[in-house]
Design a binder for this molecule. Structure first.
Ligand SMILES: [Cu+2]
Length: 168
């Protein structure tokens, strides 16, 4: 064997890694251990350590973002068109959670937002004591279950200016 006891175990270069255990079978476990330490240090030198740090940071950001989204989402009712006629199909296909915010954008001269119950939604009537919003940029937090909103300007609800949103 050509092992030199005075120089071994010395840090291995990458080219030597596979050969060393075969050359010295009696100390192969020690050689492999040395290999591992050397391998990690080379990874750090080659920048893979920083790549890992970037990956971990990215994952943490995604988790935070995900948490924030799960916490509360904000929706503009009606999309770019805002709160207007024939908006009743807007909630379809979307999933809402309690605590999500609906933003109603509209001209206060032309419309309003009324939080109604199921009967008010169905018959386009305004229950006594219903909360009426008139800012034109109302932000309304969804409660768990069904949330119903209409516009109480004459004929508007009948023209599809109403939404039913189920929040889980
Ligand atoms: Cu209206």
């Amino acid at each position: 064997m050509e092992t030199n006891p005075t120089s071994w175990p010395a840090p291995l270069r990458r080219g030597q890694l596979h050969d060393q255990p075969k050359k010295n079978p009696s100390t192969s476990s020690l050689a492999i251990k040395d290999y591992s330490v050397d391998f990690i240090s080379q990874e750090m030198v080659q920048g893979r350590g920083s790549a890992m740090a970037v990956a971990v940071t990215a994952m943490l950001c995604m988790m935070l973002l995900h948490f924030d989204m799960a916490h509360a989402a904000t929706y503009s009712v009606g999309g770019p068109g805002g709160w207007t006629f024939n908006v009743s199909g807007w909630p379809k296909g979307k999933s809402f959670k309690a605590g999500d915010i609906l933003v109603f954008n509209y001209s206060p001269a032309a419309h309003n937002v009324v939080a109604v119950n199921r009967a008010g939604y169905s018959s386009c009537s305004t229950p006594r004591g219903a909360k009426v919003y008139t800012s034109g940029k109302d932000r309304i937090k969804l409660v768990k279950g069904q949330n119903f909103f209409t516009c109480s300007f004459t004929g508007h609800c009948q023209s599809g200016m109403k939404i039913a949103v189920n929040a889980v």
